[in-house]
Design a protein around this ligand. Structure first.
Ligand code: MN
Length: 188
């Protein structure tokens, strides 16, 4: 538990939990594989927070343009602080003047399966994995391109070529499916 608290130190330091409704702590570990979530976040700039459960917390990247199903479309993914696993179900509005102020929805969720050893891959800056989400499926990679500097630690989120990939020029998945996974599907 001590180690988990340490992993979440940066997360906790940025937030005033007497004001924001984001979770301060983690609930007990969830069963049923490693979870992933993509949260659409209207902060100062719209971005998509891509989070993979690993070693007891959610490893997190902020993806300004969101994921793309086109393997040629490498999306910048800025590595950010670990979040609690219970953050993955958070939807709501972070109050004004608080860190990350703005609306958050759960854009996608599901489980992920590492290809190879995820701990060494994460440390080496080369994570390969398969997503089993409601919107995102198939093989993906997260690849670190540079060390941490004033602008953060840049990685790239890349779709691998498989049956779930899409051609260049196809409509983007973030535009086609913009809503929360909790929003009931619209009937035509
Ligand atoms: Mn965010």
């Amino acid at each position: 538990m001590q180690r988990k608290r340490n992993r979440l130190r940066a997360y906790r330091a940025k937030r005033d939990f007497t004001i924001t409704s984001e979770p301060a702590e983690d609930a007990a570990t969830q069963a049923g594989g490693l979870s992933f979530v993509v949260q659409k976040h209207w902060a100062r700039r719209l971005h998509y927070d891509f989070r993979l459960e690993l070693e007891g917390s959610m490893k997190s990247w902020a993806v300004p343009k969101g994921p793309s199903l086109d393997p040629g479309d490498k999306r910048l993914a800025v590595h950010v602080e670990d979040h609690p696993i219970s953050y993955s179900s958070f939807e709501g509005t972070i109050p004004p003047k608080q860190y990350g102020a703005g609306k958050v929805i759960v854009w996608d969720r599901g489980t992920w399966q590492p290809v190879g050893n995820p701990r060494s891959g994460y440390r080496a800056g080369n994570l390969k994995f398969e997503l089993h989400g409601e919107k995102l499926l198939g093989q993906w990679a997260l690849v670190r391109i540079k060390g941490k500097d004033a602008k953060g630690e840049p990685w790239l989120l890349i779709k691998h070529r498989d049956t779930f990939a899409r051609q260049t020029g196809a409509v983007s998945v973030v535009d086609e499916l913009p809503d929360s996974v909790n929003t009931p599907a619209r009937t035509p």
